[in-house]
Design a protein around this ligand. Structure first.
Ligand SMILES: NC(=O)c1ccc[n+]([C@@H]2O[C@H](COP(=O)([O-])OP(=O)(O)OC[C@H]3O[C@@H](n4cnc5c(N)ncnc54)[C@H](O)[C@@H]3O)[C@@H](O)[C@H]2O)c1
Length: 329
């Protein structure tokens, strides 16, 4: 079976690529390396790469000519803060680009689409844990772009043969437990890569955005899901939509809340290093606590996250950062 993976040289896509290759599928990755890492290019007889932007009509035609049965669409711009400052970048890449891709898929009778959605579609939580029926009121433009695509998927799948999985990731974290992925995220905006960069000495210090939230230690609580658990859910979701010829919309989170301060303290303990941080102002739009209910994914997909404990998340990340910075453990 042939599978197209847009953004397959990025953080999550590169993990999924390895798991799909283990199943012996023929993979075509399309990546423009805007945030992807060349270290994530795989040498394998069933792996091909088209380097370029999937919005470019020639590239789009070339990836559709591959005649994939399934498309995994990871390529997107993903920094919520940036989306509020430069919305055009996000409307173009995340909305228009994805719609072009879907139009081409439908024209060419490619039926199965796996979409990287986000917990950002929910916005400020009205109750916890957040299940899939929670209202979607994104508080940033990035979350809105994901919601627009979800709404289009719902319509298009009613009107055409398209079937999709919309996977609402909470905070993706960790690195491949088998050590197959070594490419670091470029200019990361999320907590854990910043913790790692600070521990490794790439950054002088890091900032904690507020310690006066109504949580036990005053810092924000988030739900972190290990990237191997995420990857596994993608394969299960693909099997599900093909087997049942049906759509699925699910949260993917660990259902465990960890505060920023707990994460920092555990990182210090595990790496035996002191992390240089300072407490800054709250960021607009940050909820005190976000927590997923992943009951639906567990029931429908028989998904069982195995690696999403804090220790595995931090140690798999630390190992990859050490390798990149040539530090022997
Ligand atoms: N990382 C998270 O915690 C998280 C949470 C929720 C949702 N998501 C979504 O998951 C997907 C993957 O996220 P990630 O963390 O792996 O991000 P990433 O930035 O590491 O990966 C995105 C990849 O897509 C490529 N890309 C971007 N625009 C492209 C274009 N127009 N043409 C070709 N390639 C392009 C980038 O070079 C990169 O390799 C994104 O859609 C993101 O919005 C991520």
């Amino acid at each position: 079976m042939r599978i197209l993976i847009t953004g397959g040289a990025g953080y999550i896509g590169s993990h999924v690529v390895h798991d799909l290759l283990e199943r012996n599928y023929e993979i075509l990755v399309c990546d423009n390396f805007s945030t992807g890492n060349k270290k994530n290019i795989v040498k394998h007889e069933h792996y091909k790469l088209i380097e370029g932007d999937f919005r470019d009509p020639d590239i789009l035609n070339a990836i559709i000519d591959f005649k994939p049965k399934v498309v995994f669409h990871f390529a997107a711009s993903k920094a919520a803060g940036e989306s509020m400052i430069n919305p055009i970048k996000y409307s173009n890449n995340n909305i228009r680009g994805t719609l072009f891709l879907l139009e081409k898929m439908i024209e060419n009778e490619i039926q199965y689409f796996i979409f990287s959605s986000s917990a950002a579609v929910y916005g400020e939580p009205e109750y916890l844990p957040i299940d899939e029926n929670h209202p979607r009121n994104p508080t940033n433009y990035y979350g809105f772009t994901k919601k627009v695509i979800e709404d289009n998927l719902e319509w298009l799948s009613k009107l055409t043969d398209l079937k999709y999985a919309s996977l609402r990731y909470f905070n993706a974290a960790g690195y491949d437990i088998k050590g197959r992925v070594l490419g670091l995220e470029n200019q990361p905006q999320n907590l854990l890569p910043i913790v790692m960069e600070t521990l490794i000495g790439e950054r002088q210090e890091m900032e904690i955005f507020g310690n006066d939230y109504p949580t036990p230690d005053g810092t924000c609580i988030r739900d972190y899901i290990h990237v191997n658990d995420l990857s596994n859910a993608h394969l299960l979701a693909m099997d599900y939509i093909i087997k049942n010829h049906a759509n699925i919309v699910v949260n993917l989170g660990s259902e465990k809340g960890i505060s920023v301060m707990e994460m920092i303290q555990t990182a210090e303990e595990l790496t035996k290093k002191k992390l240089n941080y300072r407490i800054g102002q709250r960021r607009a739009g940050d909820a005190a606590k976000l927590l997923a209910s992943s009951k639906k994914a567990k029931e429908l997909l028989k998904w069982n996250p195995l690696y999403s404990d804090v220790k595995t998340i931090l140690l798999t990340m630390w190992s990859v950062y050490q390798k990149n910075y040539h530090i022997l453990s």
